[in-house]
Design a protein. Structure first.
Length: 287
C-alpha cells in the first residue's frame, strides 16, 4: 500500500503541469495569433482594392484552393517545376515518419490505395520500429553499464564515474541536439533557434509539422539529404528515448523516496507520541 501511495501525488503533479502549460501557451501565443489573423484580413482587403475585378467570394474560393493544395502536400509557392514530394528520397523520409509515429502532417497519402497501405504499413512498422529502438537502446545502455563497471574498479574515484557518464550524455547531446541545428540552419536558411526547435520536436516524436526539412521549393537539395536526415532521426530517437527513460526513472524514484520518508516521519512521530504518554495506573479489582 505504501508503494503505490505516491501515485495520487504524481497524478496531481501531471495535471498541474498540463494546466501550467496551457496557461503559458495561451499567454504567449493568443495575442500573436490575433495579430496575424487581423494582418491577414487586412492583406485580403488590400488585394481586393488593388484588383477590383475580383469580389470577396472569388478570393475566398482561391484561398480554399490554396489550403486544399497545402493539405495534399503541394506547396503553393513556386510553379509546376517544383520537385515531387513522392520521389524515392522523400518517400523514404515519409516512411520513416510513419513508423516512428512523428507524423509531421504536411504530407499524407491522398489515394485510397495509399491510405490503406499506410494503415497496414504502420500496423507492422510501428512495432518493428519499437523493437529496433529497444534493441538500439539496449546497446547504448550496455555501453553505459560497461563504462560504469570500469569506473567502479578499486582505485577509481566516484568523480571519475560521474565524469564518464557526463561525457556520454554530452557526446549524445552534441551529436543529436547541438550540431544538427547548425546543418539545418545552413541548408534550410533557418535561425539556430528554429533548427534546435525542429530537432527536439522531431526526436521527441511530437512532430508539429510547422518546420520540415527539404520542403522549400526555392532551394535545391542533394538527393540523399532527407534520407540522411531519416537515419539521423532513428539514432536520435533511440538516444533521446534512453534519456527520457532515465529521467522518468529518476523522477519516479524521487517521488517514491520523498513519499516514503514522509511516511517514516509520520510513523516515528506516532511512536514518539506513544512513548511519551504516561503509563496508566492499573486498578486491581478483588475477586
Amino acid at each position: 500500500r505504501r508503494q503505490i501511495s505516491w501515485t495520487p501525488l504524481l497524478v496531481l503533479g501531471y495535471l498541474f503541469y498540463l494546466l501550467l502549460g496551457a496557461m503559458v501557451f495561451q499567454l504567449l501565443e493568443k495575442q500573436a495569433e490575433t495579430h496575424f489573423r487581423d494582418q491577414f484580413q487586412l492583406e485580403k482587403l488590400k488585394f481586393l482594392q488593388n484588383y477590383t475585378c475580383l469580389d470577396r467570394q472569388a478570393l475566398e474560393q482561391f484561398v480554399q484552393v490554396l489550403m486544399e493544395a497545402w493539405e495534399k502536400g503541394v506547396n503553393p509557392e513556386g510553379n509546376s517545376t517544383n520537385p515531387s514530394n513522392w520521389d524515392f528520397s522523400n518517400s523514404f523520409f515519409f516512411a520513416g515518419t510513419v513508423v516512428t509515429t512523428i507524423g509531421y502532417g504536411n504530407l499524407s497519402p491522398s489515394t485510397v490505395a495509399g491510405q490503406i497501405f499506410c494503415v497496414f504499413y504502420a500496423l507492422f512498422g510501428v512495432p518493428l520500429n519499437l523493437a529496433f529502438l529497444n534493441q538500439l537502446g539496449k546497446a547504448l545502455n550496455a555501453h553505459l553499464l560497461t563504462l560504469e563497471r570500469w569506473v567502479q574498479k578499486p582505485g577509481r574515484a566516484q568523480v571519475v564515474q560521474t565524469l564518464a557518464v557526463a561525457i556520454f550524455l554530452t557526446t549524445g547531446t552534441l551529436l543529436f541536439l547541438v550540431f544538427p541545428p547548425l546543418v539545418f540552419s545552413y541548408v534550410e536558411g533557418w535561425s539556430y533557434g528554429e533548427g534546435f526547435y525542429f530537432t527536439f520536436i522531431t526526436l521527441s516524436t511530437i512532430g508539429f509539422g510547422d518546420y520540415v526539412v527539404g520542403t522549400n521549393p526555392n532551394k535545391h537539395y542533394i538527393p540523399v539529404y532527407r534520407s540522411l536526415t531519416a537515419i539521423w532521426i532513428v539514432f536520435g530517437l533511440a538516444w533521446l528515448a534512453l534519456v527520457f527513460n532515465v529521467g522518468a526513472d529518476l523522477m519516479e524514484r524521487y517521488l517514491q523516496l520523498k513519499w516514503h520518508k514522509s511516511d517514516l516521519s509520520l510513523a516515528e512521530g506516532d511512536t514518539t507520541k506513544l512513548e511519551d504518554e504516561p503509563e496508566q495506573p492499573r486498578i486491581h479489582i478483588p475477586s
